[in-house]
Design a protein around this ligand. Structure first.
Ligand code: 5GP
Ligand code: ZN
Length: 127
């Protein structure tokens, strides 16, 4: 990438990471089916849904994983947004919240996200 383009890009991602797919979704650079957003949080449908309801809730600012999230207020906002997304989709009484932290636990995108899953029954323990 040419230097000027790179500089322009990194200015746009002042609170994010230029090659992070979820930062790019939050910045509306990559299209996504957004179901909820506010100044701190964005929620959008998963590209490869594992349940009739499968939404990802992310902070706008880049945090690589739950283990790196040190903002109590932001953690609460993510949890409340997840419950709201489930409720708005008609699954407010029965849904599952999943956070994969680290590659060994199945994390593949290193921008923290809460999976909100609903609309079917879930087994326990998860695989
Ligand atoms: P993880 O494996 O990190 O817990 O979950 C990452 C999730 O992000 C996966 O369920 C995957 O389908 C989803 N995902 C990856 N890239 C994109 C994308 O570009 N758009 C959307 N909407 N979801 C994505
Ligand atoms: Zn990011």
């Amino acid at each position: 990438m040419r230097a000027r383009r790179r500089a322009r890009r990194s200015r746009r991602y002042s609170t994010g990471v230029a090659d992070c797919v979820f930062c790019r979704i939050a910045a509306k650079e990559i299209p996504a089916s957004i179901v909820y957003e506010d100044s701190d949080v964005v929620a959008f449908k998963d590209l490869n849904p594992r349940a009739p309801l499968h939404v990802l809730v992310i902070p706008r600012r880049h945090v690589s994983g739950l283990a790196q999230l040190d903002d109590v207020s932001l953690a609460g906002k993510l949890a409340l947004a997840a419950a709201r997304v489930a409720k708005d989709a008609g699954h407010g009484e029965s849904f599952r919240l999943v956070v994969n932290n680290g590659a060994g636990a199945g994390q593949s995108v290193f921008h923290v996200h809460f999976h909100v899953l609903g609309g079917r029954t879930f087994s326990w323990p998860p695989g």
